[in-house]
Each structure stands twice: as structure tokens, then as C-alpha cells.
Design a protein around this ligand. Structure first.
Ligand code: SPV
Ligand code: MG
Length: 284
């Protein structure tokens, strides 16, 4: 089954789909091992992995290559965070064809202005005009070659300080332009904005949420409120920073890694994630 078909099934099912943010194949393999149903190729994660800002610095080819590495490393569908679409509508068309041909299940584009900066950064978050973003969605949908490849439209209305009426106005327009799902982002401490949005949502499109700041919202409550997919976009990345920092600081402070060895993954564990045995069996 194509990854795109699998994602479509997940989004149509009554159960909540949980996607884990990742930035490499190892992160995708860990997402699958933990029981997630999808992988989010995170722009924040991919740029942070290179210690670069999430500010439209990475090229489409870099995001594509990393997304493919994640897709190869697991059997889950990958949703690629494609920011604003890497330029004009021609870039959007090229992007759709490349990600689709590479077996990525879906791309997500957001209604900010290129170059964008991460939604949590305390910088201006200007939005594109609705008609312009609708054109992007229409072009994206018009150039795909397989039926199930999905284009997820993301509104940053709340991120830009606008209200639910504006978030819904934008989301409805993107749905009517042909988007397959709608991601509504929020940086508030609780889920109230998402709940308000869902209360007014009157299109058949699945709604996607990213519980970074409203992390106390349980998956079951989100499902009951009408969310189809939750993207845990950066919890893995942040866990990595904490764990690596603590381990490396300990080695410098204590002169050895002895005290933390019980908490470190074994080399054997790493080999298993690399599927070393499967690979070596090819030689026999
Ligand atoms: C990302 O993971 O790059 C996202 C989600 O776009 S967020 O960082 O929460 O904006
Ligand atoms: Mg992003």
C-alpha cells in the first residue's frame, strides 16, 4: 500500500492519528517503535539538527532528502513540513511532484510569507493574503499524479494574533481550494483556541493540531473535540537536547561516563535500530 493511501486511511478513521516529529531516520524508527502512526518531518527539527534557525534557510532539496531518509527508516507514512512552499507557485508545483514521486505521504504548507520563521519565535509572523495561499493549494493539488497524495493546508492565523473568525475564514477558503486536511496552529497554553476552531469547523476535512504549548491536552480529549491528527512536533528533539547535554556534561564533569552508563542505550540497542542483522544477512 502506498504511504499516501495509508495516511488517508488513518485520517479518515475515527481514532486519533499520532505523528511524531523527527529529523532523521533514527528518529523515524524510534517513532515507529514507540507506537506512533505517522512521522512529521519537522522543519524545526531539521534546521535544529544542523544548529540552523527554522527560518526558511534549508532548501527544498535538503528537506526532501531528509524526509526520504525518514520514510526509508520506518514503515510509517511521512508528512513533510514544507513551510511556505519554498518560493512561488512554481516552487510549490516542483515540491509536490518531487515529494510525491519520492513516496512521501503528504506535504504541509502554511499561510505565512516567505521567508518564514518558526511559529514560536518572537518575531513578526506576517500572513499571506488568502487568495494567494488558495492559489498555492490549487496549484499543489493540480500537479499531483497519484490519487491519495495529500496536501495539508496550515493556517497560522492564531500565531499571527488573529481570532477564531479569521482562522475559520482562512481554513474554509483553503478547504474550498482543495486541501485534503487542515492544520490549525496555536501557541496558547491551553487548547481553547483549537476547541473554538473545531466548534465552528463546518467542512468535512480532517483537522490537525500541534500540542507544543498546550501539551496538557490529552490525546483522548483532542479526539473527542474533533482532532484527527496530533503532531507531537518537537518533543523528541527537545528530549534529545536534554539527554545529550546531560550525558556529555557528565563525562566532562566526572571524567568518565560510568555513572550514566545504566541510562545509556547499549550499542546492541543501536545495532537493532540500524537493523544490522538484516543487513548482514544479505551477505550470506
Ligand atoms: C515544525 O515542527 O517545524 C513545525 C511545528 O512547524 S512548530 O515548530 O510547532 O511550529
Ligand atoms: Mg515547521
Amino acid at each position: 500500500m502506498l504511504n499516501s493511501t495509508r495516511l488517508r486511511q488513518l485520517l479518515a478513521a475515527p481514532e486519533l492519528t499520532r505523528a511524531a516529529g523527527a529529523h532523521d531516520g533514527l528518529g523515524a524508527a524510534l517513532a515507529e517503535e514507540a507506537g506512533f502512526e505517522a512521522v512529521w518531518a519537522s522543519g524545526l527539527g531539521l534546521s535544529a539538527a544542523r544548529a540552523l534557525p527554522d527560518a526558511s534557510v534549508l532548501s527544498m532539496a535538503e528537506i526532501l532528502q531528509a524526509s526520504v531518509a525518514m520514510s526509508r527508516a520506518c514503515s510509517l507514512p511521512v508528512v513533510a513540513d514544507c513551510d511556505t512552499g519554498f518560493g512561488g507557485v512554481l516552487n510549490v508545483a516542483h515540491m509536490v511532484r518531487e515529494f510525491e514521486a519520492a513516496g512521501i505521504a503528504a506535504v504541509c504548507i502554511e499561510d505565512k510569507v516567505f521567508p518564514k520563521v518558526n511559529s514560536f519565535a518572537e518575531h513578526a509572523q506576517p500572513l499571506a493574503p488568502v487568495a494567494e495561499f488558495c492559489h498555492r493549494v490549487e496549484v499543489a493539488k493540480s500537479v499531483q499524479r497519484t490519487a491519495d497524495f495529500a496536501v495539508i493546508a496550515r493556517t497560522e492565523a492564531y500565531i499571527a494574533g488573529m481570532d477564531t473568525a479569521e482562522a475559520l475564514r482562512r481554513a474554509r477558503a483553503y478547504a474550498d481550494a482543495g486541501a485534503d486536511a487542515l492544520l490549525v496552529h496555536s501557541k496558547s497554553a491551553g487548547p481553547e483556541q483549537i476547541e473554538d476552531f473545531l466548534a465552528g469547523w463546518d467542512r468535512p476535512l480532517p483537522v490537525v493540531a500541534v500540542p507544543t504549548t498546550y501539551h496538557g491536552w490529552p490525546a483522548a480529549a483532542a479526539r473527542d473535540a474533533g482532532v484527527s491528527m496530533m503532531i507531537y512536533a518537537n518533543q523528541g528533539l527537545r528530549a534529545t537536547v536534554t539527554a545529550v547535554r546531560a550525558a556529555l556534561e557528565t563525562i566532562i564533569a566526572e571524567g568518565s561516563s560510568a555513572s550514566i552508563e545504566p541510562r545509556l542505550a547499549s550499542v546492541k540497542d543501536v545495532f537493532a535500530l540500524q537493523r544490522l542483522d538484516e543487513w548482514m544477512a544479505l551477505e550470506r
